[in-house]
Design a protein around this ligand. Structure first.
Ligand code: GLU
Length: 315
């Protein structure tokens, strides 16, 4: 239906590996404001693909913290509200299987037995940014001979070939972006040797099936966006709009982590009321001149994207 296509649909997709911090809640707020200021829908997806790090109690806490601030979701969450259920990635394995079959038909998948140490050993010495580029060690001379099932039976990971070409997209904050995946990351994993689904693959399938039209997240995922756009093309999915946000840093200029308890939601909820915290977040976003208390309805009227800086300092 035409009207449905016009409704903006955003999502917040936290990994329940700990309590949210100021940076996570900033992302949630910007994503919520962006779709809600245009009458859209907001989906909460629990990204619990990593069984070691994901905990149900963290997911419950994330929901509690969002609701405390007034950020209600229209679909998703642990109660699986909506037609695209389940909304927890750990329960979506059958769906990923189905779309892996579609990816298989491209002939671009191949089994990979490299261990992390092997991959690191092939890295060019100048790559000091920590980013790993796969050198193609396991890539067959001729692609197309691999089925996903045979790779699993062999205990191999599944890797996806990437061509030497630029992926272009426009980010709402940072403008025109260009990434050559062959140079930036090389062929990448879609399913690990232990059967776990890779983030890039699961996110693309989920965003498409959940009808997401706008992805809002930290600018540390700009390269992932190029990988995801490539996957969308192979799977025949529409490409959503993207808005990447400056990363929130502490006073020492370091990116916040879930271990920074001073900026965790536990402490913040003790120090501030919801409207006081919204005031701080609005100040960080450039929506308020003085950081004083503000309500969500007020912010809906004021909403615009923050300036495209690399990082935002906590006030
Ligand atoms: N699950 C990711 C995180 O918590 C977010 C991924 C995304 O928004 O695409 O960092």
């Amino acid at each position: 239906m035409v009207t449905e296509n016009l409704t903006p649909r955003g999502r917040f997709a936290p990994s329940p590996s700990g309590r949210m911090h100021l940076g996570n809640i900033f992302t949630a707020l910007m994503s919520w404001l962006s779709v809600k200021s245009r009458g859209g829908k907001w989906v909460l997806r629990i990204e619990d693909l990593d069984p070691q790090r994901s905990k149900l109690e963290h997911a419950r806490m994330i929901e509690d913290d969002l609701l405390w601030l007034g950020l209600e979701w229209d679909e998703g969450g642990l109660d699986d509200i909506g037609t695209a259920a389940p909304y927890s990635q750990s329960l979506r394995g059958d769906i990923y299987e189905e779309y892996l079959k579609r990816l298989e038909t491209t002939g671009f998948l191949y089994p990979c037995r490299c261990r992390r140490a092997d991959i690191l050993a092939t890295q060019a010495p100048h790559r000091s940014d920590g980013r790993v580029v796969y050198a193609g060690t396991c890539r067959p001379v001729r692609l197309g001979g691999c089925t996903a099932d045979s790779a699993v039976a062999d205990g191999a990971a599944l890797r996806l070939f990437v061509p030497d070409m630029d992926i272009l997209f426009t980010d709402r904050l940072y403008g025109s972006q260009r990434a050559n995946l062959a140079e930036e990351c090389g062929d990448f994993i879609v399913r690990r040797a232990d059967g776990a689904w890779a983030y890039q693959f699961a996110v693309v399938v989920d965003d498409a099936l959940m009808g997401i039209t706008e992805v809002v997240r930290g600018n540390d995922l700009l390269l992932s966006t190029a990988q995801q756009i490539y996957l969308c093309g192979l799977l025949g999915f529409p490409v959503p709009d993207y808005a990447h946000l400056p990363l929130v840093c502490n006073a020492q200029g370091q990116r916040l982590s879930k271990r920074d308890s001073a900026m965790g939601m536990g402490e913040l909820r003790q120090r501030y009321t919801p409207s006081e915290l919204l005031g701080k977040l609005a100040f960080m976003a450039g929506l308020s001149a003085d950081g004083s208390s503000v309500s969500l309805p007020q912010l809906l009227r004021l909403f615009r994207w923050p300036e495209a800086k690399d990082t935002l300092e906590i006030c």
